[in-house]
Every structure is written in structure tokens, then in C-alpha cells.
Design a protein around this ligand. Structure first.
Ligand code: ACM
Ligand code: ZN
Length: 736
């Protein structure tokens, strides 16, 4: 037995008192890590002969399990109403499993028994059971030849937080119903239970409202003719998503955003804003200053109507009203808004937002719904009804929620906004840049319980915004969002970090351990593969790096079970035929090593990259490439280097070749600039760098930039007398 075992009583006392837990399942690779786990010798085998039993109230969860099993194994289980005869027994028993959403999973040599506190708990017991089976269980097609065994085990598990969420921004970029359902399915696999659907923003209104048809006729679309982009969900489609989510214990919370971020509604009905001016739905990322006018009765009628249709559609007991980032210029200039402030004795425009929040929170309370919103709803004006604030700046501000009698959800942008890239490795996809990257470790180590009583913090939420990478300055020039490129981007940014969010929400603080998580997650990439999830493959792990006698010795490990590491030692990008890592490697300088994790030909990580120290050369602009003897042949040849992400947008650029050391001069001949194999510019450079004149600069005009495509330069090189030459290439934009 490899784990410490807690008695149920002790577990419950510990839950109540928030005590420290240690030592749960080490060998079982379940994510999120279960609360209490006892592994026995031996296995149970899943076969076609097994018989299933379930109570009527769990029919949907039973059908879910039968479908998953059938698709990959081909086994169609018989069912029985006599529990004693079942090999797979599903139960719901709130006395046996007292913790909400909790479950108990018992596997012995004869049968599997999954008992949930409620349907959610039962569904989670099923998820843990699936995670104990071989990864191929998730396949949507028949997987012959797999032996479907599960270790014998007893798991007692329940979440620490009732709110384990993701926010999906379907407003800036319209993800269709199928994608949203896939997202829900992936969330459910990792026991996340709340989906905040960001349905409204300046760039799109995505929810059919029957009383206001122009919201989707006009507000759901930007651009014209072949440039027309957008879409929306009909109420029937929303019902389908809700039903799909409900089986998976995911509650969809609609976000109807106001008073800011709603230009799409203003474009449809200009009378909603203070100015009444006509606007178009923006086709690129844009934060409008137009606000819902609080001085017009029609605004309140609109809100009441829209919210009524919305809450009638969504069974959630929550309604999210957005509320973030309002800039009050329009309210300050609007005589009608000013009149309301005077009438209500409000001193500043933020109090007017508080007034609006109060009106809506009262309206929603009458319908039995609790208002949720971004942290601004409790920071701007005083709100009387208890509400739930999503803290997106500083989690310590959840104390403000506590003091005012509200609840908080922790969603700090610095570690839980998954629209930031994971790192700065060259080639990383273009994503949000207004904060530093969010590595998997940074996401996983988000501080959770330090700031407010757990009774105030309901849980945690990852946010996936789609503004920066879809409409941001880098990708906006994409002619066509084809091949599900945007959907793949969304999955690449979401996974594997969603697994870290899941563990933040599910596990007690003392149970969370980064190195343990890193071990368990290795086995999950294969599961994500079978789910057809376009996750980001992590770079190889550096187990050790030792510098001695002018050499650097690297010991590497694959962060993905079953993947291999391919590498080069000449600073070039590794490919399918590069050397395969089998043991420690030695290189002259660490910048010579490039090593990537290869899951399959089509699915590799970015190569490890050690940036040289080029801080002394900042006047030449952005560092692009490094040359050294391994890439400069002794004879006349062509050297290619990537400029993707370094020369962004059309304009005039300077490219500088800066020699740093070496005994031999280097001649530079014709320079050609390419866009994915297409020659764009050719320059007869004819320069030479040596100790006396270490810099050669040329100018190059880019007229056909296209985001998302690879760009590179080829330059003729010929060293003189030998190839002992080292240097850097920089680019600088000098004119738009
Ligand atoms: C936000 O990121 N504006 C909530
Ligand atoms: Zn106004």
C-alpha cells in the first residue's frame, strides 16, 4: 500500500477545519488529485460481459458511461435492476457520501462500485474510473487489442471549492456550438463545473433575444460580404448546450455584459447609449467608450427584457452582468445620466454604476437569481444584495468582498488568464501581451486560500479571452480563419493549463504540489490526444545542466509519457530526422542545444532555447538570430534565419549583422526575404563584417505582411580564411 490512509471521519474533520493533508494517491495519475486513495494489489478487467446497474435518477450518467465505453471498446453492456448482480454498480447516496459533488469509487477483483453524493458526484466517480483505464478509453473509434484493466482501489473524493470554472469569450470570436460543447466536455473530464459564457462584447452579441431581433441580425456580425464574420446561438442551440453540460455537471452561467463592452448592442439599437449615435460592430479588437445610458427608462426596459429571456433560458441560479472596465466619459457628459445622479444623491459616476448594479441585482433577486460580475461590481458603488465578484486583479481584494457580505471567485489575470502565452520561447504563438507569460507552473501555483476566509472564496476560474489572438494586432490580417485555426489556437492556449485550474479548484492547498502534478500530468497528454485536443506540448525538461571544462552537459527528460526528444547541437531547429535523445548530451555553449518533445510528426513542442546575452546591442533593435561556426560553412553558402514574430506588419525595417567575436571576416552577399517560400524582397547586400567594421546594416521594405505565416531571410555568406566568426542579427522597424 503506497498511500497514507485517512479514515472518513478524519477527512471530514480536516475538511471542516481546513487542516493540512498529506499523502494521497501517488501512483495513480488522477487529475485533479483525489482526496483519499487506497490502492490494492491486482486489477479489474473491463469486458463486454459486464453488467451495469444504476438508479433511474442517474440514467443520463449511466448512458454517458455506456457511450464512452462502447465507442472505444465496442462493448455493449447489459443492464440489470438488481444491484447485487451488477459488475458495474452506479449509485447515489448522500448519506454514504456526505460531501457535495463527492464520490466513492471501489474497485475490487469482482466489481466496480461508484457511489455519488449527487449526480455530479457520480459523474466525477465515472471520470476517475475512466482516468484509471488506459488512455484509449477516450477514443471515439474502436481500439482493438487494448486490455482494459483498472487497478483495484478505493477512492473517497470531493472538491474543496464549489466553484471550479472557466470563462470562454465567445463574443470577440464566435466559437460555434460544437466547439463550446467540446470545451464543456474537456472541462468535465477534469471536474470543472462552471462555464461563464461571455456572450456579449463590443465585437459581438451572441445570444438570440426574441424581443430584440436586431441584437443578432446586426450585433452578431462585423464586416461585409466576404469579410463578414460572426455568428450567434439560437435559443434552441443554447438549450442543447445546457442539456449537454447538465449531464456533465457543468452549469452554464450566461454573461450579459453592461454598462461597457456592449457596442454590438448599441450598433443594433443606438438609443441604448448616451449619445444615440450609430456605430458599426468592430471587426478588430476595440474597447468602446460608449456606455448604456442610465438616464433613459428604455435602457432599464431593455435590460429587464433581455435578462428575463436570458434567465428563463438558463436554469443556473446565477446571472453574470459583466460590469468591467467602464470609463465614465459619456455618463459625465450626458444630461440624462447627470440628472439621475442628482436625483439619487450620487457623488461620482462610479456610484451610478453601483446604482445600476443595485437595480439589476434587486430585479434578479425577485427571480431567485444571484448576480455575478467582474470585481468592478463590488468596487464601484455600494451594492446591497449579496453578489459574487470575479476578482481579476488582486486576489487579496477578495477581503473587500468579505467585508461587504459578498462572495468572491479568484481569477487573477497574472496566473489564470489563459489567453497569455506560456512562455517567451521563439515561435510561441501570438497571444495577449499586457502581462508576462503564464507558465503551467505559474498557473498551478496561484495562491488560493491566503487572502480571505474560505467561506467567502467560492472557488477559482480560468479565463479564456479571444480578443488578443483573434482580433489583436498580430492575427487581424488573417484573410480567412480556416482549418479551425482559431479553435486550435484556443485549445493550444487552454491545454494543459486547464488541468492546473482544475486542481486549484478541487484540491486543498496542502494537497497541491507542483512536482507531483508534473509527474501525474505526463500521462494525461495521451488522454488529450484521444480527445482530439490540440494541446501545447511542453518543451523537454532539463533534469540537470552542468558547465565544466568549457563544455555544458545536459540531462533531459520528456515531459510527456511515450514521447521522444529530438535535438541538434548546432543551434538549428530540430526536425523529424534530428538525433534522438538517449542519454546526457555535451555542447560547447548552451545556445548550441535545441531539443524538442516529439509526440508525433504533427505534434511537437517548441525547441528549448537559450537566448545569448545581446544586452550590449540594444540600439540595433530586436534580436533575431545568432551565427557561429556551426551554421556558417567555410565556403560560399546560404544561411537562413527566421524572422516570424520579429518583423510584424508592413513597413521599413533595418536588418543589422553585428559581429561579436572570431578571427575571420565574414562576407555577406545577396539577401532574400521570404514569406512561406514566396520571395518578397531581394537586396544585393555585398557587405563584410570584421574586427575593424563589425556592423553591416541594410534596409528592407515589407509590403505583404500576413500574420500567422512564417517569414525568413536567406543571406549568402562566405567567411575569409576559415569560419571562426560569431555574431548576432537584429531588426528594427524604422518607418510604418
Ligand atoms: C477583464 O479582464 N476585463 C475582466
Ligand atoms: Zn446617459
Amino acid at each position: 500500500m503506497k498511500q497514507c490512509i485517512f479514515t472518513l471521519r478524519r477527512v471530514m474533520i480536516a475538511v471542516l477545519l481546513g487542516w493540512v493533508f498529506q499523502g494521497t494517491a501517488q501512483s495513480l495519475q488522477v487529475i485533479p488529485r483525489p482526496l483519499q486513495c487506497e490502492e490494492q494489489q491486482g486489477t479489474w478487467q473491463l469486458t463486454g460481459e459486464r453488467v451495469l446497474s444504476f438508479p433511474a435518477e442517474a440514467a443520463e450518467q449511466a448512458a454517458y458511461l455506456q457511450q464512452v465505453v462502447f465507442r472505444s471498446t465496442g462493448f455493449q453492456w447489459k443492464t440489470t435492476s438488481v444491484a447485487k448482480r451488477a459488475d458495474v454498480l452506479l449509485e447515489i447516496d448522500a448519506e454514504r457520501v456526505p460531501m457535495a459533488e463527492g464520490y466513492r469509487l471501489e474497485v475490487d477483483s469482482k466489481r466496480v462500485r461508484i457511489c455519488g453524493h449527487d449526480r455530479g458526484g457520480l459523474f466525477y466517480g465515472i471520470q476517475t474510473f475512466l482516468q484509471l483505464l488506459p488512455p484509449a478509453i477516450y477514443s471515439r473509434s474502436l481500439q482493438p487489442g487494448v486490455v482494459w484493466t483498472v487497478p483495484q482501489v478505493t477512492i473517497t473524493d470531493a472538491p474543496d471549492h464549489p466553484w471550479r470554472g472557466m470563462m470562454l469569450d465567445v463574443a470577440r470570436y464566435f466559437f460555434d456550438k460544437e466547439f463550446v460543447m467540446k470545451y464543456i466536455d474537456m472541462m468535465a473530464m477534469y471536474k470543472l463545473n462552471k462555464l461563464q459564457l461571455h456572450l456579449i462584447d463590443d465585437s459581438g452579441w451572441r445570444l438570440e433575444i426574441k424581443k430584440y431581433p436586431r441584437l443578432t441580425e446586426v450585433g452578431a456580425w462585423s464586416g461585409k460580404d466576404e469579410k463578414r464574420l460572426g455568428g450567434y446561438y439560437t435559443q434552441e442551440e443554447i438549450k442543447e448546450m445546457i442539456a449537454y453540460a447538465s449531464v456533465r455537471n457543468v452549469e452554464i452561467i450566461p454573461e450579459i455584459e453592461f454598462p461597457a463592452h456592449m457596442l454590438s448592442a448599441v450598433a443594433a439599437y443606438p438609443w441604448l447609449s448616451c449619445t444615440g449615435l450609430q456605430h458599426e460592430v468592430p471587426g478588430q479588437h476595440f474597447i468602446s467608450r460608449d456606455l448604456l445610458c442610465v438616464g433613459k427608462e428604455t435602457s432599464f426596459t431593455f435590460l429587464a427584457d433581455v435578462l428575463e429571456e436570458t434567465v428563463n433560458l438558463f436554469p443556473s441560479s446565477y446571472i453574470n452582468i459583466g460590469g468591467d472596465e467602464a470609463v465614465y466619459d459619456r455618463w459625465k457628459e450626458c444630461p440624462l445620466c447627470q440628472a439621475v445622479m442628482k436625483r439619487e444623491g450620487l457623488r461620482q459616476p462610479s456610484d451610478l454604476q453601483g446604482y445600476l448594479t443595485n437595480v439589476v441585482a434587486d430585479m434578479m433577486a425577485k427571480k431567485g437569481k444571484t448576480v455575478v460580475g467582474w470585481e468592478e461590481i463590488i468596487m464601484r458603488g455600494k451594492v446591497n444584495q449579496p453578489v459574487v465578484a470575479v476578482m481579476w486583479h488582486n486576489v487579496a481584494d477578495s477581503l473587500i468582498a468579505t467585508r461587504a457580505g459578498h462572495k468572491a471567485i479568484l481569477s487573477p489575470a497574472a496566473s489564470l488568464y489563459l489567453d497569455f502565452p506560456e512562455g517567451k520561447t521563439p515561435g510561441e504563438i501570438k497571444a495577449a501581451t499586457w502581462m508576462p507569460p503564464v507558465s503551467l507552473e505559474k498557473c498551478y501555483t496561484t495562491a488560493m486560500n491566503d487572502y480571505a476566509p474560505t467561506s467567502t472564496v467560492m472557488g477559482v476560474q480560468g479565463c479564456f479571452w479571444s480578443d488578443q489572438f483573434i482580433h489583436g494586432t498580430l492575427l487581424q490580417e488573417l484573410p480567412l480563419l480556416n482549418e479551425n485555426r482559431s479553435e486550435n489556437y484556443a485549445e493550444y492556449l487552454t491545454f494543459p493549463r486547464l488541468l492546473a485550474v482544475a486542481e486549484l479548484g478541487w484540491c486543498r492547498q496542502a494537497q497541491r504540489n507542483w512536482s507531483d502534478f508534473r509527474q501525474r500530468i505526463r500521462t494525461h497528454f495521451a488522454r488529450l490526444d484521444y480527445k482530439d485536443c490540440h494541446y501545447r506540448v511542453p518543451e523537454p525538461e532539463i533534469v540537470s545542466m552542468q558547465e565544466q571544462e568549457g563544455k555544458v552537459r545536459f540531462e533531459l527528460a520528456s515531459p510527456v509519457d511515450g514521447a521522444e526528444i529530438l535535438y541538434t547541437t548546432d543551434g538549428t531547429y530540430p526536425h523529424a530526422h534530428s538525433a534522438r535523445y538517449t542519454g546526457p548530451i555535451e555542447v560547447d555553449t548552451k545556445t548550441d542545444l535545441r531539443a524538442m518533445t516529439r509526440v508525433s510528426d504533427r505534434h511537437c513542442s517548441l525547441p528549448l532555447y537559450f537566448a545569448p546575452d545581446y544586452s550590449a546591442y540594444q540600439e540595433y533593435g530586436t534580436f533575431v538570430a545568432e551565427w557561429k561556426p556551426v551554421v556558417i560553412a567555410p565556403e560560399k553558402t546560404v544561411w537562413r534565419f527566421e524572422t516570424t514574430g520579429k518583423m510584424v506588419g508592413n513597413g521599413m525595417y533595418e536588418i543589422s549583422f553585428v559581429r561579436t567575436r572570431g578571427t575571420h571576416p565574414l562576407h555577406l552577399g545577396t539577401l532574400v526575404y521570404y514569406k512561406r517560400g514566396e520571395k518578397l524582397v531581394e537586396i544585393p547586400l555585398q557587405g563584410k563584417v570584421d574586427a575593424a567594421r563589425p556592423v553591416v546594416t541594410c534596409r528592407l521594405e515589407v509590403k505583404e505582411f500576413e500574420a500567422g505565416l512564417p517569414f525568413y531571410v536567406e543571406v549568402e555568406t562566405q567567411p575569409e580564411g576559415g569560419n571562426d566568426t560569431f555574431g548576432f542579427v537584429f531588426v528594427k522597424k524604422v518607418e510604418e
